[in-house]
Design a binder for this molecule. Structure first.
Ligand SMILES: *[C@@H]1O[C@H](CO)[C@@H](O)[C@H](O)[C@H]1NC(C)=O
Ligand SMILES: *[C@@H]1O[C@H](CO)[C@@H](O)[C@H](O)[C@H]1NC(C)=O
Ligand SMILES: *[C@@H]1O[C@H](CO)[C@@H](O)[C@H](O)[C@H]1NC(C)=O
Ligand SMILES: *[C@@H]1O[C@H](CO)[C@@H](O)[C@H](O)[C@H]1NC(C)=O
Ligand SMILES: *[C@@H]1O[C@H](CO)[C@@H](O)[C@H](O)[C@H]1NC(C)=O
Ligand SMILES: *[C@@H]1O[C@H](CO)[C@@H](O)[C@H](O)[C@H]1NC(C)=O
Length: 487
């Protein structure tokens, strides 16, 4: 007969009454249990996505397949990577107003300067305008007083500071506002949703050109020269003063250079109107920057109606009062529109004087508002996602099969162990039993408990009994073949 390399095991039914019910019931129970356990490990995968608000993603409710009984691992959650903010980076806040450039990052605990910061949507705290500088420059050689065009290339700059509390501790962030003097580009200046930003942006333009106009009107003494060629006024926030309308809210200093290169930094009365106008301009910058950076507690002119009236016209400034250089038409200056007129929010072609701006414009505007702000960034998060049903079923089925196979093997081992324990021989095949050989002793052949062998068979030993047995069964004398003892 041909013999293959491969073999097959011989089988015998288990002699236990409980075996079949245990296999069926246990199989079903285990299949259900394994399915539950496998849904947790195979039912989902981690998907990378970009989000703007990682706090919502991180705290979003767990899905059904992430909860007991499918999953007992309570740390199973979405993960988000921090975004890196480095010195020199530009950003804007969730208020969608100004843009800022990071100038320095200082850790508060040890005053160590850091190159970058791992940022995870932490709110900006205690932001305020530290200082601003009006950088005034004359472009022509016309004798003072001339007109505003002479100073058209004047600029301004401002620096603000904020605290950010991250997982690594609090840092002090210094940022430079990105704007060019009169033009503050707000990302969203919608007058119904961002009314405070709209007012701030518009008034800052008026007061910047007010500074330029007043600068062009200064008359300088004969002995100093014909005109002032360049100058700077610095405003520095005095944090011990909390009244934003007070002149000492910002302390100031200035220097000017005349065409004959004489430096004029004495407390000269001729600069007072310019400095007052610049102070109001800086107040507006402070108001806009701190509300844009979410500091709603700091002194602000753009968050309530009374202060807004003051923001529109600073009546303490001599030039803005009736009769002053910058009141209404300001007829004695050429083209003063940009300093004294404001464009209607709903009609860019129509303008009104500042003196009537509050009455005409405020009914059209939305609420003056401020809310906590964060830096707008995109965060890479890995979130658990349920697999497609088909894929999930196949992978659960596969894992279940492996597990059930292992359980089956284990049950076999245990049952065989029980059979050895109870003395029944496991190593005789079904075929041999049906031929009459149930048990073999090591010292020879012994047949025991054979119903056909009758009374004698259990006690007889040796070749004789075997012969007798075989004789009884077959009805004739047959010699036991050598194969019998091999079994
Ligand atoms: C977002 O979560 C981070 C880390 O858990 C936390 O520091 C920050 O304050 C949260 N931001 C907001 C706006 O709640
Ligand atoms: C940041 O540091 C500057 C300079 O030391 C300080 O004036 C300012 O108050 C600090 N800002 C905050 C928010 O603490
Ligand atoms: C301002 O926002 C409102 C509400 O979102 C919108 O209906 C309106 O069109 C916006 N106006 C402008 C000028 O974008
Ligand atoms: C800040 O204001 C206080 C009170 O008005 C004053 O005493 C102090 O000199 C001011 N500081 C600076 C640096 O101007
Ligand atoms: C500003 O003007 C108001 C009234 O118009 C007056 O009560 C107040 O004292 C003035 N403030 C300053 C600093 O001049
Ligand atoms: C805004 O931030 C302040 C602290 O900076 C906190 O006390 C306040 O509850 C926050 N408001 C909202 C609406 O989150």
């Amino acid at each position: 007969m041909y013999e293959s390399w491969f073999t097959y095991p011989l089988t015998r039914p288990y002699p236990f009454r409980w075996f079949t019910p245990v296999v069926i019931a246990g199989g079903v129970v285990l299949a259900v249990l394994f399915s539950f356990a496998n849904i947790a490990s195979n039912g989902h995968f981690l998907k990378p996505i970009y989000v703007e608000n990682p706090n919502v993603t991180l705290s979003s409710a767990l899905k059904w397949y992430m909860k007991p009984p499918f999953n007992w691992d309570t740390t199973f959650k979405a993960q988000c990577q921090a975004s890196i903010i480095s010195v020199g980076d530009r950003f804007f806040t969730s208020s969608l107003g100004l843009q800022y450039e990071v100038q320095s990052i200082v850790r508060e605990s040890d005053q160590l300067t850091l190159p970058s910061l791992a940022y995870l949507n932490n709110p900006l705290e205690d932001c305020f305008l530290q200082s601003s500088a009006l950088e005034l420059q004359k472009v022509d050689r016309a004798k003072q007083p001339s007109w505003w065009m002479s100073w058209v290339s004047s600029k301004a700059s401002a620096v603000a500071s904020c605290r950010i509390t991250t997982d690594q501790g609090a840092v002090n962030l210094t940022v430079a506002l990105q704007f060019t003097g009169g033009e503050v580009s707000a990302i969203n200046n919608n007058y119904t949703t961002h009314a405070s930003t709209w007012w701030g942006q518009s008034l800052i333009r008026n007061y910047f050109w007010g500074v330029v106009l007043l600068m062009s009107q200064i008359e300088i003494p004969e002995e100093v020269g014909d005109y002032i060629s360049i100058g700077t006024i610095n405003y520095i926030r005095n944090q011990s003063v909390s009244d934003i309308k007070s002149p000492s809210f910002f302390s100031d200093n200035h220097w000017f250079v005349s065409d004959t290169s004489l430096i004029m930094n004495t407390e000269d009365d001729i600069f007072i109107p310019v400095k007052d106008e610049g102070r109001h301009y800086t107040r507006l910058l402070q108001s806009l920057a701190s509300l844009d950076m979410g500091n709603c507690q700091s002194p602000n002119l753009l968050l309530d109606q009374e202060n807004l009236k003051y923001a529109i016209i600073d009546l303490n400034s001599t030039s803005r009062r009736p009769g002053g250089l910058l009141f209404d038409k300001a007829e004695d200056m050429a083209n003063p529109i940009r300093a004294v007129e404001i464009t209607l929010p709903d009609n860019p072609d129509e303008q009104v004087f500042l003196s009537e701006a509050y009455d005409k414009i405020s009914p059209k505007m939305g609420a003056l508002e401020c809310s906590n702000a964060t830096i707008v960034k995109q965060y890479l998060c890995s979130v658990p996602q349920q697999k497609a049903t088909g894929t999930m079923l196949v992978s659960i089925l596969l894992t279940n099969l492996v597990f059930l196979q292992a359980a089956w093997k284990l049950l076999n081992l245990i049952s065989e162990g029980i059979m050895w324990q109870t003395g029944s021989r496991v190593d005789i095949c079904q075929g041999c039993i049906s031929r009459g050989y149930q048990d073999v002793h090591p010292e020879g052949l012994e047949l025991r408990g054979m119903p056909i062998a009758g009374e004698r068979s259990s006690t007889l030993t040796g070749d004789e009994s075997t012969q007798n047995l075989l004789q009884d069964r077959e009805g004739e004398i047959t010699k036991p073949s050598s194969m019998v003892s091999v079994v």
